[in-house]
Design a protein around this ligand. Sequence first.
Ligand code: PGA
Length: 249
Amino acid sequence: MARRKIVAGNWKMNMTPSEAVKLTEELNPLVASDDVDVVYCVPAIDITTVVEAVKGTKVAVGAQNLYFEDKGAYTGEIAAPMLVDAGVKYVIIGHSERREYFKEDDAMLNKKVKKALEAGLIPILCCGESLEQREMGVTMDWIRFQIKSDLVGVTAEQVASLVIAYEPIWAIGTGKTATTEQAQEVCKGIRECIAEMYDQATAEAVRIQYGGSVNGGNAAELFAQPDIDGGLVGGASLKADFGKIVNYK
Ligand code: PGA
């Protein structure tokens, strides 16, 4: 069965709750689509208002992070059951900004992936190499390491349901998109890695996004690649361009 495309906006640390309502109302009519799953991954404080503002549309709401315990003395953290209860369906895990600025390592991300799945959330698991790693020729080794460590103990059935986002760090927020060939090559490599770890059916089912300076002008070519099942979009998800990305055809 053909994989359904999924386009997720990563709002990062942008939009106050009142700005979030305005943006959602502006974007909703532009992102209407019958063949693409659309997600707004919003700051935690915006979740309740955005869940309300997408009612009656097909847009799903995602979080940008979660903690791997269900509750307790973890000041400042947000638990999976809280997200679920608030109406969240997806959660970004292991974005390179969290790995770099907040020192999230693969052992922690593995716990987060398992917790999200256990709670019924769909993880958007991010991976990606730095420019130094690309230049050293270790891109695929690094990505395979991330994927293997982040998925320890995750079943084939669970992997088939999740989303992996390949985001080369050097392409994030830089306006420097990976070439279509580079993006396809790594997304294909991720699928091969999943096939080795699990089986062909799981590899065929898992959805793999490309992220890093995706915009209305380059989405069509990227999403036409056989192993690219949509995009994780930062900057362009905060403007009308997001509608063009969703309706890329
Ligand atoms: P960008 O960000 O689209 O602004 O490059 C992508 C991301 O970080 O998810």
